[in-house]
Write a protein that binds this ligand. Structure first.
Ligand SMILES: *Cc1c(COP(=O)(O)O)cnc(C)c1O
Length: 396
C-alpha cells in the first residue's frame, strides 16, 4: 500500500477521532521507524512513552514468543505465573505491597479512584468520596477520569460526568488545603504533568502533600501512567521524589508496546479491594505480563542511570542549539519538555516530522520528547542533527 492509499482507507473505515500526523508506519527497529514507502524517521515518541525498549527489542520478542507458545490467555479465575512474577518484581523494587493489573491508563486510574473511595467508605461510611486533583493534569478519557482531569476543555459533550472532584493549583499547598473539606478522601496527581506540558512538580510541594495526607487520613494517589517504568530515570518517579504513595497507577511503558496497566497499593490500603469489588477480563494477560517482566529485567539500576545520562545529554544538546524557538528545556530522565516560542508548538512538530524526526506536543506551548529508553547516542545525535536543521535554519 502507498502512503496515500492507506490514509484514504483510514478516513473511510476508522472513526476520525485522532488528528493524525500525515505519516504511515510500516516497520520499526530501536528508535527508528519506516513508512509504507520506505522513508526513515528517528523516533523521539516511543508511541507516547509506550515502546520503552524501542521497536522489536530481541529480549522483549523472546519473552512474548516463549509465553505465547505456553498459553496466550486464560481468565483471572485461575492462578498464573507471569503476573505473579511481575507483581513480585514491581513491589520488591518499589516498597509497595500488592498489585492489580488492568489494560490501559484511564482504566488503571478508575481502579485507583475506586480503591480510594472504598478505603474511605469502609472506615467512614458515605459522604467522604471527593478527590482533589491538580489544574493542567491529565488522567484519562473515561467519563470519570475526564472529570478527574483538571482542564475545563475535557469537561464537555459527555454530560453528566462523575461527580466528586475538585481542582487545586499545582505547587500550591494552600490551594490544595482550600479544596480539602470533610468530604475529601484523596489527592490525586502526576509528579510530572505530562499531557499538560511536561511540568515537574516542586519536591517541597509533594512532600508537603504527603504529610498533609498522613495527618488527615487521605490517600495520596500518584498517576504514574506516563512517568512510570523508567521514564524519569527511576523505576517510578515517586522514587526520585523520595515519597511512597498510597496507591500509584502505571500503564504506558510497562509492557513495552503491549496493552497493560495496573495499580500498586501500599500496605495501609493493600486489602481494600476484596473479591467481587474490582475485575477485568483481559487484565494480567500472561503474554503482556511476560513482556513486562522482560522490560523490568532490562531496566536495571545501571540502565536507569544511563537513562538519566541520556536525558541530560539530550536536554543539553537542545539548549546548546541556542535556537530562537526554544524558551526552556525541562523534564527528568527521558521525559523532556521543550518550551517553544516564536512559533506554534504544532507547527514546529510538523516541521520536525517533515525533516524525519517524530516528536509530540504537550500543553499549549511545549514540544514533548519521549524517546525509547534504549535509544543509542548515535540515534540521539541523528535526532539532534535534525533538530538543529529545523530549529536553527539560518545556520543551515
Ligand atoms: C496517557 C495517560 C493516561 C491515559 O492512559 P490511556 O492508556 O490512554 O487510557 C492517564 N494518565 C496519564 C498521566 C497519562 O499520561
Amino acid at each position: 500500500m502507498t502512503n496515500q492509499e492507506l490514509m484514504a482507507l483510514d478516513s473511510q473505515y476508522i472513526m476520525q477521532t485522532y488528528g493524525r500526523f500525515p505519516v504511515t508506519i510500516a516497520r520499526g527497529a530501536g528508535a527508528r521507524f519506516w513508512d509504507c514507502e520506505g522513508r526513515e524517521y528517528i523516533d523521539f515518541t516511543s508511541g507516547i512513552g509506550v515502546n520503552s525498549l524501542g521497536s522489536c527489542n530481541p529480549d522483549w520478542i523472546a519473552a512474548i514468543e516463549q509465553q505465547i507458545h505456553a498459553f496466550g490467555h486464560t481468565s483471572n479465575l485461575f492462578y498464573t505465573e507471569p503476573c505473579v512474577r511481575l507483581a513480585k518484581t514491581l513491589t520488591e523494587r518499589t516498597g509497595m505491597t500488592n498489585v492489580f493489573f488492568a489494560n490501559g491508563g484511564g482504566e488503571a486510574n478508575e481502579g485507583m479512584i475506586k480503591l480510594a473511595r472504598k478505603y474511605s467508605f469502609d472506615k467512614y461510611g458515605l459522604g467522604r468520596s471527593n478527590i482533589v486533583t491538580l489544574r493542567q493534569s491529565f488522567h484519562g478519557r473515561t467519563i470519570t477520569t475526564l472529570q478527574a482531569t483538571g482542564q475545563d476543555v475535557f469537561h464537555n459533550y459527555f454530560f453528566p460526568f462523575t461527580e466528586g472532584f475538585r481542582y487545586a493549583e499545582p505547587d500550591d499547598l494552600e490551594s490544595v488545603k482550600a479544596q480539602l473539606r470533610d468530604d475529601s478522601c484523596a489527592v490525586m496527581l502526576e509528579l510530572i504533568q505530562g499531557e499538560g506540558g511536561v511540568r515537574p512538580l516542586d519536591p517541597g510541594f509533594v512532600s508537603g502533600l504527603r504529610q498533609l495526607c498522613d495527618q488527615r487520613d487521605l490517600l495520596l494517589l500518584v498517576d504514574e501512567v506516563q512517568t512510570g517504568v523508567g521514564r524519569t530515570g527511576a523505576l517510578f518517579a515517586f522514587q526520585k521524589y523520595g515519597i511512597l504513595p498510597d496507591v500509584c497507577s502505571f500503564a504506558k511503558g510497562i509492557a513495552g508496546g503491549l496493552p497493560m496497566s495496573g495499580i500498586m497499593a501500599a500496605e495501609r490500603c493493600s486489602q481494600v479491594l476484596t473479591p467481587g469489588t474490582h475485575a477485568t477480563t483481559f487484565g494480567a494477560n500472561p503474554v503482556c505480563a511476560a513482556a513486562a517482566s522482560a522490560v523490568l529485567k532490562t531496566l536495571s539500576e545501571p540502565f536507569l542511570e544511563e537513562v538519566d545520562r541520556k536525558g541530560a545529554y539530550l536536554r543539553a544538546g537542545i539548549a546548546a542549539l541556542g535556537s530562537r524557538y526554544v524558551r526552556d528545556v525541562r523534564g527528568m530522565g527521558l521525559m523532556i519538555g521543550v518550551g517553544v516560542q516564536n512559533i506554534a508548538h504544532s507547527a514546529l512538530c510538523a516541521k520536525l516530522l517533515d525533516a524525519g524526526l517524530l516528536t509530540l506536543t504537550a500543553g499549549s506551548d511545549t514540544l514533548r520528547l519521549l524517546p525509547p529508553l534504549t535509544i543509542t547516542y548515535e540515534e540521539l545525535d541523528k535526532g539532534l542533527a535534525i533538530m538543529k536543521r529545523v530549529l536553527c535554519p539560518a545556520e543551515g
